[in-house]
Design a protein around this ligand. Structure first.
Ligand code: T5A
Length: 215
């Protein structure tokens, strides 16, 4: 069997600690000479423009299909211009969100058809499957409370509580073995308890990564 792709994705609801843990894992894997860190949306000039439109412009009317396609446009650019070249160079790629977020926010949150989103997403990713996805999990609303303590809400964070509850529950459902078997495009998804101190979570992340890669 071939080794898993050195592409590690951090996923989860708002403010669960993805960026904090991604930065710590990057150090553990050898720092900038060995690791490329990217976030979605963003990571390219086009992606940064998409990020501004879908997150920073809080009053803009964006219909769910347009929203999904904007996230996927940023993704297609990131895959081709940054992720694939970095992997071809033998680097680790650590991603702060990938398409599981579209499945949670635009399918479960906004109510788009899973079949339509999956098909469009396959076009956006060109079939690039993560080596592992670490799904950081906190009870509904706790991550948003952490993010709120840091600053004003962006356009997505301003969605109502029911939306955020649907997103959190959707992420949790993705861990079920049956769901994963039906969605091979996602690669393995591992639940990581994101409660406790940054160091507690870091230890859980390290053990999940060691379960998938020979470090
Ligand atoms: N989106 C994205 C979609 O709708 N569809 C898609 O397809 C994609 C790709 C992205 C938004 O776009 C949506 C989802 C999002 O709404 P973003 O700004 O990138 O927006 O939002 P997040 O990914 O949620 O980033 P955040 O920075 O808000 O959350 P993180 O990265 O999970 O959390 P982090 O590490 O920044 O920590 C948040 C706060 O908690 C503290 C940190 O210091 C920080 O202040 N913290 C802890 N506090 C206590 N204990 C711990 N263990 C802590 N760990 C971190």
């Amino acid at each position: 069997m071939s080794a898993p792709a050195r592409l590690i994705v951090f996923e989860g609801a708002e403010g669960v600690g993805k960026s904090t843990q991604l930065a710590r894992l990057a150090e553990r894997l050898g720092g900038p000479d060995h690791v490329v860190m990217v976030r979605e949306p963003g990571g390219t000039p086009l992606g940064n423009e998409v990020r501004r439109l879908v997150l920073d412009v809080v009053t803009m009317d964006v219909v769910p299909r347009a929203e999904a396609l904007l996230f996927m446009a940023s993704r297609a650019q990131l895959v081709d211009r940054v992720i694939k070249p970095a992997m071809a160079d033998g680097k680790w790629v650590l991603m702060d969100r990938y398409f599981l977020s579209t499945y949670a926010y635009q399918v479960a949150g906004r109510g788009l058809s899973e079949a339509d989103v999956r098909q469009a997403n396959g076009f956006a990713t060109g079939g690039l499957v993560p080596g592992v996805t670490l799904l950081l999990s906190l009870p509904v609303g706790e991550g948003l409370d952490r993010a709120d303590a840091r600053g004003v809400r962006d356009r997505m964070e301003r969605a109502d509580d029911a939306f955020h509850a649907r997103v959190t529950r959707a992420f949790e459902s993705f861990v079920a073995p049956e769901w994963q078997a039906e969605h091979p495009e996602c690669g393995p998804i591992v639940l990581v308890d994101a409660s406790g101190s940054v160091e507690d979570v870091q230890a859980r992340v390290a053990s999940a990564v060691e379960g998938h890669f020979a470090l």
